[in-house]
Design a binder for this molecule. Structure first.
Ligand SMILES: [Zn+2]
Length: 208
């Protein structure tokens, strides 16, 4: 049996974990309706590079990912593949992470937020960035209306809903359990996210 490294990300927090090329990452929402933000940073190359949602939208010509789609880096390099979607989706690639200023605008200073949780997780891993990338927001229910309006509705992910991603490079992955508790985004209750990294006995080749 392949080794499985399991991490429980407490409500309104985040963690980083190294993932090797060929490994599979399962992002599981045990209680349902909980958005999980994901970032990925390349660790096997000489240059700092990371998952870019705008590059991914451009190259896949889609605003929401489907099974079989890759997630691309700022340089257009495929980093991850969505290999399984055991959730009703959708998975947002348009929004930034929630951040301290969003909560301040809502009258909630000093509120936990995904951006600060990302920065803390990266600092713990010894990585500092010149900018804050936008995440992939798994299970976030924010399909655009035909007139372009973007509203974030309550997630429709059921308990146990999950996605699985395959790493195409060695990566440092950060996942946060989104902190929004003043809006229905997370079903009015912030809960934990479980991440399982499954070791591969069948590493991927170089053909993407
Ligand atoms: Zn958030």
């Amino acid at each position: 049996m392949p080794e499985v490294r399991r991490t429980v990300i407490a409500p309104q927090s985040g963690q980083s974990f190294p993932v090797r090329r060929g490994e599979t990452i399962r992002i599981i929402d045990p209680q349902g309706q909980q958005v999980a933000d994901l970032w990925a940073f390349v660790t096997d190359g000489p240059e700092l590079d990371w998952l870019s949602t705008s590059q991914t939208r451009d190259i896949t010509e889609r605003i929401f990912p489907r099974v079989g789609d890759h997630f691309y880096s700022t340089r257009g390099v495929p980093l991850l593949t969505l290999v399984k979607d055991a959730s009703p989706g959708p998975h947002d690639m348009l929004f930034p992470a929630c951040n301290r200023w969003l909560y301040e605008r809502a009258g909630l200073p000093d509120h936990p937020n995904c951006q600060d949780n990302l920065i803390i997780a990266l600092r713990t891993a010894g990585l500092s960035l010149p900018a804050v990338p936008d995440p992939v927001d798994f299970f976030q229910n924010s399909l655009p209306d035909p007139d372009g309006r973007l509203d974030v509705l309550a997630s429709i992910n059921p308990p146990g809903g999950y996605v699985a991603l395959r790493a195409l490079r060695d990566l440092l992955v950060v996942v946060t359990a989104c902190s929004v508790d003043f809006h229905p985004t997370n079903g009015d209750k912030c809960t934990e996210i479980v991440v399982e990294v499954v070791e591969s006995s069948d590493p991927v080749g170089n053909s993407h």
